[in-house]
Design a protein around this ligand. Structure first.
Ligand code: AMP
Ligand code: GLY
Length: 424
């Protein structure tokens, strides 16, 4: 069977490795993949947003099943185009991927269906947004409507910062058309939880919960990044809270999308905040999170290919998805300077993968047989153990065995979660 995965980061490496488990004969292609993925799949130099070329390749190679992993191709309609060409896919069509592609859409969906989220206002011109901010409470959260490489959210501590954010999004167009509409949102506080789920448009089956560490520096300081590390499960997400989220957020969202004629088939990511007034949605993503996938998928016990095929056919059952006991931790190793400017082209040496500690490669390329750094987030080191403290320790032990010049990583991945373990 021929399977292709669109994308080329650590998340895609984690998907590919999991797809191979129990299917050693699978012919796997990654578009474009990366230097590390090349060990596990045939990498084809087609960009993840180049939908016409992706479809052409899938048809020519007679691909049996496609997994579209990143947000851009999903929002741009890669699944629609592949399905029209007769290729079955895991991933939502564009009319459902809009749940991530437009914050205005997702906020209006939540309002219409009574799904708990931060109070908000939508603005289509800067003058009315600025007028509103004269009296709005601060901190205020300013969000560009469209995709913005994970950078479209500004938490403004002062009115002045809030106005600056509005001007840069709406007048200077730093995110292009993504900032033509903005959402101004109430600032919420509480522990954050990422819940990835499988949904076939009818039922939703949550995966093990996780916690991302988005800021660049220890102690949750510094600029926002794509994510510097993750742990699973998230100690704040107790079974009681999970049940509340299932009843008030996960299931209502999937049913709302169905009722809107936009059934969501794929991985729906719930970014939640556990506030004093109960769990609320911070964001939806139409895909696996990265680096969340790097801790969640290794703990999946059931067959990922089987789940993905059932999702695509609308035939998912709860019992199809089971997780191992235990915990995992992923420490992202980045190029020093990320998320701003950084140097690349340094040789990477990796320890051999073990069953309980391994590396997912994100920003690296192969050149003359050598693996060289080529991106900001270079790789993720994931370790599995029977509990969280041990998983964190093992991940950091493995980090010491990875070498490349200018490597930077956070030293406190899991710290907040371990403190949370004591509180809950
Ligand atoms: P997003 O790009 O939507 O994931 O947002 C980035 C981060 O901004 C989130 O992980 C939160 O930490 C923070 N954030 C987003 N919306 C809010 C909000 N309404 N209140 C407080 N923090 C928020
Ligand atoms: N780690 C956050 C995301 O994938 O959006």
């Amino acid at each position: 069977m021929k399977v292709m995965v669109v994308g080329g980061g650590g998340r895609e490496h984690a998907i590919i490795k999991k797809l191979k488990e129990g299917h050693e004969d699978l012919e796997l292609y990654a578009l474009p993949g990366n230097g590390g993925i090349a060990k596990d799949a045939v990498c084809v130099p087609i960009g993840a947003k180049d939908i016409p070329e992706i479809v052409k390749f899938a048809v020519k190679e007679k691909i049996d099943f496609a997994v579209v992993a990143p947000d851009d191709p999903l929002v741009l309609g890669a699944v629609d185009a592949l399905e029209e060409a007769g290729i079955s896919c895991f991933g939502p069509r564009a009319n459902a991927a809009i749940i991530e592609g437009s914050k205005v859409f997702s906020k209006e969906l939540m309002k219409k269906y009574g799904i708990p989220t931060a109070a908000y206002e939508v603005f289509e011109d800067s003058a009315s947004a600025l007028a509103y901010l004269e009296t709005a409470p601060v901190p205020a959260v300013i969000k560009a409507d469209g995709l913005a490489l994970g950078k479209g959210v500004v938490i403004a501590e002062t009115r002045e910062d809030a106005k600056q954010a509005v001007l840069s999004m709406m007048e200077d167009k730093v995110f292009g058309d993504s900032g033509s509409r903005i959402v101004v949102e109430e600032f919420l506080t509480g522990p954050e939880v990422s819940v990835l789920s499988f949904t076939d448009g009818n039922i939703v089956v949550p995966m093990i919960s996780s916690m991302d560490h988005k800021r660049a520096l220890d102690g949750d300081r510094g600029p926002n990044t794509g994510g510097m590390g993750t742990i699973a499960p998230n100690p704040f997400y107790t079974p009681e809270i999970a049940q509340i989220c299932m009843d008030t957020i996960l299931n209502p969202t999937v049913q709302a999308m169905k009722a809107e004629g936009r059934p969501f088939r794929g991985c729906l990511y719930f970014g939640l905040m556990l506030t004093e007034k109960g769990p609320k949605v911070i964001e939806y993503n139409c895909r696996f999170g990265d680096p969340e996938a790097q801790v969640v998928l290794p703990l999946l016990e059931s067959d990922l290919l089987d789940i993905m095929q059932k999702v695509s056919k609308g035939m998912l059952r709860e019992e199809d998805v089971t997780f191992k006991n235990g915990a995992s931790c992923c420490v992202v190793m980045a190029s020093a300077g990320y998320p701003k400017s950084y140097e690349k082209g340094f040789e990477i040496t990796l320890p051999a993968d073990r069953e309980d500690a391994f590396v997912f490669v994100a920003g690296a390329k192969l050149q003359d047989g050598k693996l060289l750094t080529s991106g900001g987030r270079v790789l993720g080191v994931t370790a599995l153990a029977s509990d969280l403290p041990e998983a964190v320790e093992k991940a950091y032990e493995t980090v010491k065995q990875v070498h490349f010049a200018n490597a930077y990583y956070r030293k406190d991945i899991g710290k907040r979660g371990l403190e949370g373990e004591k509180q809950v």
